[in-house]
Design a protein around this ligand. Structure first.
Ligand SMILES: [Fe+2]
Length: 390
C-alpha cells in the first residue's frame, strides 16, 4: 500500500444505449451557445458525427464543424482548428473520433487558453492551468485510448519530427459520452487492437509502481469488462451491450492509467511504433505477454490476482497456480483474437528488419513510461523481451 496518492477524474461520464441523446441537455447546463464539432471524414462517413449533429439540431443548438483532422494530430491542424473556432465565434469543443481527434481538440483547448504562447513552450508536465475556460466534450469512436478520461495529449511537431506530450489536470474533458452507436462500425481487427490497448492500460496501472486502491478498482473493472466482452463484440459487431461495455472499460482503464501511469509494455510499444510504424494497439497486443513473462521471472506480485478479474470467482478459487493460469488465459485470448480478428501475434509479423531491435531497445530505455515498470529493465532486458516477442 502506498503511503500517499492522488486520484483525479473531474470528467462527467454519460454511458448508455442512447447516451448521445442527452448532449443537448448537457450543453444547456454548461450554457453553450455554439459548439465546434471536431472530427474526421471517416467518422462523418460512418454516421457518428451525424448523430451528434441531429441531436444538436433537435435541441435548437447551432454549431460549426471541422472534419479535416488527419490520422495523426499535428500542431498545424491544432492551429487551423483554433483559428476556425475563433472565426466562427464558438464557445465549446465537441471531439467526435479516436485518439487523433481527441488529442487535437485537447490541443486546440490549450491554444485557446494561451493565445500568445507557442505550443512547444507549453509541452511537458504541469505547464498548464488546472482548469480551462473552453468546455470540452468527448465522444470516443474507438474503445482503446481512454483519452476521454486522461490528462494527456500527444501532438506531432511535423517540422521538427517530434511528438510533443502535454500533461496537466486541466486537460481532462468536462464531459465524455459513451454510446454504443459510436463504435458499432469498428472492424474486428480495430475492435481487437483497441481493446488490447485498453487491457494493457488497465494491467499496467494495476501492476505498476504508482498503483493505488482507487486506480486498482478502475483497472480491475476494466479488465473484467474487456475479458467478458471483446470476443462478443468481434463475433457480433452490432451487439450494443458488448460495444457499450468495451467503451466503459476503455474509459475506466484510461482513468486508471491517467492516475497510476503505464509501464514497460508502453515504453517498448512506443518505440516499436516509432521504428516499425505499427499501430499502437497491435504493438501492445504483441508485447503484453513477453513483458508479463519476464515480470513473472523476477516477481510474481499481482499476476495471480489478475486472474480473478480476467475470469470469475469460481475459476479463480479452483485454480492452484494462479500466476501461470493468468498467463495461459492471456495467451489463449491472443490466439483467439489472431484467429477471429487477424491480430498479429509476433513482432516479425509487423516489423521487417530484426536488426532494428537494438534501436528499439535504446529508445525504450529512454521512454518515460519505463520509470513506472514493476521491474527494473535495462537495454539487455528489453532486448531479451523483444527477442521473445519476435
Ligand atoms: Fe496505450
Amino acid at each position: 500500500m502506498r503511503e500517499y496518492f492522488e486520484f483525479y477524474l473531474p470528467t462527467k461520464i454519460l454511458a448508455g444505449f442512447s447516451a448521445l441523446d442527452n448532449l443537448g441537455f448537457e450543453l444547456n447546463i454548461l450554457n453553450i451557445k455554439k459548439p465546434l464539432i471536431v472530427s474526421d471524414h471517416v467518422i462523418e462517413k460512418v454516421g457518428v458525427s451525424g448523430i451528434v449533429k441531429n441531436v444538436l439540431e433537435h435541441n435548437g443548438i447551432c454549431f460549426s464543424e471541422f472534419l479535416d483532422v488527419p490520422l495523426e494530430s499535428s500542431l498545424e491542424t491544432v492551429e487551423e482548428i483554433a483559428e476556425f473556432f475563433n472565426k466562427e465565434k464558438c464557445d465549446c469543443l465537441i471531439a467526435v473520433g479516436g485518439g487523433s481527434v481527441i488529442d487535437s481538440a485537447k490541443g486546440v483547448r490549450i491554444l485557446l487558453e494561451y493565445p500568445n504562447k507557442k505550443m512547444i513552450e507549453l509541452s511537458g508536465a504541469d505547464n498548464l492551468n488546472t482548469k480551462f475556460t473552453t468546455p470540452l466534450v468527448v465522444v470516443p469512436t474507438t474503445s482503446g485510448t481512454g483519452s476521454e478520461a486522461t490528462l494527456v495529449a500527444v501532438i506531432k511537431d511535423t517540422q521538427n519530427h517530434v511528438k510533443l506530450p502535454f500533461l496537466s489536470y486541466g486537460m481532462l474533458p468536462d464531459l465524455a459520452i459513451l454510446d454504443p452507436r459510436s463504435t458499432i462500425s469498428l472492424s474486428a481487427k480495430m475492435t481487437a487492437a483497441t481493446a488490447m490497448d485498453a487491457l494493457v492500460h488497465a494491467i499496467e496501472a494495476y501492476i505498476g509502481t504508482q498503483k493505488n486502491p482507487v486506480s486498482d478498482s478502475f483497472a480491475a473493472s476494466a479488465i473484467n469488462l474487456i475479458s467478458k466482452n471483446v470476443l462478443l463484440a468481434i463475433e457480433n459487431p452490432k451487439d450494443n451491450v458488448s460495444r457499450l461495455n468495451l467503451a466503459i472499460a476503455s474509459m475506466l482503464a484510461g482513468a486508471a492509467f491517467s492516475n497510476s501511469m503505464v509501464g514497460i509494455v508502453h515504453a517498448i510499444g512506443h518505440s516499436v511504433g516509432a521504428v516499425c510504424e505499427v499501430p499502437h494497439g497491435v504493438s501492445m497486443s504483441i508485447l503484453l505477454l513477453p513483458c508479463l513473462e519476464y515480470y513473472k521471472s523476477v516477481s510474481n506480485n499481482y499476476l495471480g490476482e489478475l486472474l480473478l478479474y480476467l475470469t470469475d470467482t469460481e475459476y479463480f478459487a479452483s485454480t492452484k497456480d494462479k500466476t501461470n493460469a493468468n498467463l495461459d488465459f492471456i495467451r489463449n485470448l491472443l490466439n483467439t483474437l489472431n484467429q477471429k480478428a487477424q491480430l498479429p501475434l509476433h513482432l516479425k509479423d509487423v516489423c521487417k528488419d530484426k536488426s532494428e531491435l537494438g534501436k528499439i531497445a535504446e529508445l525504450s530505455i529512454n521512454d518515460g513510461a519505463i520509470t513506472f515498470s514493476p521491474f527494473f529493465a535495462d537495454k539487455k532486458i528489453v532486448l531479451e523481451i523483444l527477442e521473445k516477442a519476435w
